[in-house]
Design a protein around this ligand. Structure first.
Ligand code: GTP
Length: 657
């Protein structure tokens, strides 16, 4: 049977394909068979044509289907293929354009923003920086975007501060007992770090960890939860160092102060003296033309406590404290601890929104689900609105006082944010970010980040502190001024470092030293402490730093410490101090500072260093030695000798410690 012409081409296509795979063929080479040529061409044409037209059509289709975008977003760099995708173009087309612009690239090569802009320019497409929202940054959730109509009144949050023994705890306890037992007959009260009182239908929340250390530690961690500070000053004792510290801590946080002049029941109470002294710190009673409220009280005998509460309500009213109880809760940690049987426990202060049992929550660098919630009366509650303190369980680990908390829509989201924060916390110490030091002051000023330089001054005597403060205030470099946020007499203590950390301040010590705790805290918090014994040098250093001319060549390095155990007066030689080296070593070449109660009483040269009557080159920790100083004989038992050397350092190194 003769094959029909129509079937021939098909048969021959298979043959040609076979032939094509073996171009040199065997004996049955049909390549020269003219009979098959037309069919061959026909078939080849048929195979080529659809292929070409398909890609052309696809390209055309793509052109038609994907119009160029008006703009594309870039996060620093993008690869050629990402760019092509964003533009809706073939990568080869983008590569070609790059080539024409003189850039030889591959498809996975990442392009800098400049190159992306060049290409996009060719297409008439704008390039914009992608604004990345860092969902793990809890501060974001504290940005206030509530409409005024959604806001309702909330209770004021009050902190009590003052000098030791002036009656802070007595006041907190008596306020609580007087009010709480009124309405909650026999109610179990428990310490959860804060409590609420009700007066005239309005609530007030008291943080019951008195003292400015707790207040400022929380502020250093980002929490500013206090609306009003009660400054307790004992009328029989008057204004004391910690009264002043408390004032400066409250001022630095911009929190209004109500003065409670306490212990007025005492026969030697002198409230007028307290008022008079406080005027020096800008706290002037209303009766004297100022705007500070003073309430004379007796915390112990409950006198005028209602009046004090009324004044708190008054100040709160002026502040117009509002919150939106309909949103998911945000707030801060007041206290946290680990309970052996219940796991991590945290007292939270809800600052906005309403917190519910079962809420998925991120607290500081941990997360979890609110399992139980207990209020300040020890009662189980299911919800907690704004300004309410509650103790919760259900967190994975223990957070820290001052940490922020945020409630998320679901557990998955909370876990993602919590885990991201956890791992981030391991690599970066959040409080060291952007901390000011004299070494970076100029850069921060240049970048416009600094409007004023906050300084804390500690000095051996009030006179030097004031003189230094006055001179520093006069410095004005390119509109940036020095702001003295606290001055006091005595060693630089932990509280100074905490205040510096919370207020981004530099600490200047004049003839004083930091306590070991303060030194340790300053290293952790990256607070710059500068120590001087010549006022001019302190001023010059700050001024140089502000003009970018700070170029320290030498830095002092403390190499050892010793304590004087005994002193001997020896004629012709003077005082020999029998000392015991407690840290590092003392070398014959070191300079010596004599420190008495945190104050530098001598700074100069070593005259002799001896071990068992022999001159020694150096004496190390754990050994005793005899020391004499040049031109100084007033060494006393218990004095600390600090040995230091001056070391050459590279410019822009860490500050003096
Ligand atoms: N007479 C009298 N004594 C008071 C009054 N308030 C407190 N005290 C007494 O003063 C002493 C110290 O009171 P606290 O409440 O412990 O003082 P504080 O400020 O909390 O002290 P620290 O916690 O050490 O800082 C106690 O013995 C109180 O009883 C008062 O109004 N009148």
């Amino acid at each position: 049977m003769e094959a029909k012409p129509a079937t021939k081409p098909a048969a021959s296509a298979a043959s040609v394909a076979a032939a094509a795979s073996k171009p040199t063929g065997g004996g049955n080479n049909r390549g020269g068979n003219s009979r098959y040529q037309p069919a061959n061409r026909f078939n080849n044409r048929r195979r080529r044509k659809p292929k070409q037209s398909a890609s052309q059509i696809a390209a055309q289709k793509q052109k038609m289907l994907v119009p160029l975008p008006k703009k594309i977003m870039i996060d620093e760099t993008m690869t050629v293929s990402e760019l092509a995708k964003a533009l809706g173009r073939e990568a080869s087309e983008v590569l070609k354009k790059l080539f024409m612009l003189g850039v030889v690239a591959t498809i996975n090569q990442s392009l800098e923003k400049d190159a992306v802009e060049l290409i996009c320019n060719e297409y008439g497409v704008a390039v914009e920086d992608e604004v990345k929202v860092d969902t793990a940054d809890l501060n974001l959730y504290f940005e206030d975007d509530t409409k005024p109509e959604d806001l309702t009144e909330r209770a004021a949050v009050v902190t009590i501060m003052g000098h030791v023994d002036h009656g802070k705890t007595t006041l907190l306890d008596n306020l609580r007992n007087s009010k709480v037992t009124d309405g909650e007959a026999g109610g179990i009260t428990q310490h959860i770090g804060a409590y609420q009182l009700e007066l005239e239908g309005k609530k007030i929340t008291f943080l019951d960890t008195p003292g400015h250390a707790a207040f400022t530690t929380m502020r250093a961690r980002g929490a500013s939860i206090t609306d009003i500070t009660i400054l307790v000053v004992a009328a029989d004792d008057g204004v004391m160092p910690q009264t002043i510290e408390a004032i400066n801590h409250a001022k630095a946080a911009d929190v209004p102060i109500i003065v409670a002049v306490n212990k007025i029941d005492k026969p030697d109470a002198n409230p007028d003296n307290v008022m008079q002294s406080l005027t020096e710190y800008g706290l002037v009673p209303e009766a004297w033309g100022g705007d500070t409220i003073f309430v004379p009280i007796s915390a112990k005998f409950g006198k005028n406590l209602d009046e004090l509460l009324e004044m708190i309500l008054l100040v709160a009213e002026v502040q117009e404290l509002r919150a939106n109880d309909q949103r998911t809760a945000i707030g801060s940690v007041i206290e946290a601890r680990l309970d052996k049987s219940r796991g991590p426990i945290a007292t939270l202060l809800v600052q906005d929104g309403t917190l519910n049992v079962t809420d998925s929550i991120v607290v500081g660098n941990t997360y979890g689900r609110v399992r139980t919630m207990v209020n300040d009366l020890g009662r189980r509650v299911k919800t907690a609105g704004p300004s309410t303190p509650v103790e919760i369980t259900g967190l994975n680990t223990v957070p820290q006082a001052g940490d922020h908390f945020v409630v998320f829509a679901d557990e998955k989201q909370a876990r993602a944010v919590g885990e991201a924060r956890e791992s981030r916390a391991v690599v970066e110490h959040r409080r060291s970010i952007n901390r000011v030091s004299l070494d970076n002051l100029f850069e921060q000023m240049k970048e416009g980040e600094m409007k004023n330089v906050n300084v804390i001054i500690k000095a051996d005597v009030q006179g030097s502190a004031e003189a230094l403060a006055a001179s520093l205030r006069k410095i004005d470099v390119e509109g940036v001024r020095v702001d003295i946020i606290h001055t006091a007499v005595g060693a630089i203590n932990e509280s100074d470092v905490t205040l510096a950390a919370a207020s981004n301040a530099i600490v200047i010590g004049f003839n004083v030293r930091p306590t070991p705790q303060a030194l340790e805290a300053s290293t952790i918090e990256k607070v710059d402490i500068r120590l001087h014994n010549i006022i001019y040098n302190a001023i010059d250093e700050i001024e140089s730093a502000m003009t970018g001319m700070l170029d320290p060549v030498f830095e002092e390095k403390v190499i050892g410490k010793a304590i004087i155990r005994q002193t001997y007066a020896v004629s012709k030689i003077g005082t020999i101090a029998g000392t015991y080296v407690t840290e590092g070593k003392i070398t014959r070449k070191s300079q010596i500072r004599v420190i008495r109660n945190g104050i530098v009483v001598f700074d100069g040269l070593l005259a002799s260093l001896q071990r068992f009557k022999d001159d020694a080159k150096e004496v190390t920790m754990g050994f005793e030695c005899g020391v004499t100083l040049e031109n100084y004989n007033d060494m006393q038992e218990e004095d600390i000798l600090e040995a230091y050397i001056m070391e050459e350092i590279k410019p822009k190194s860490k500050g003096k410690k």
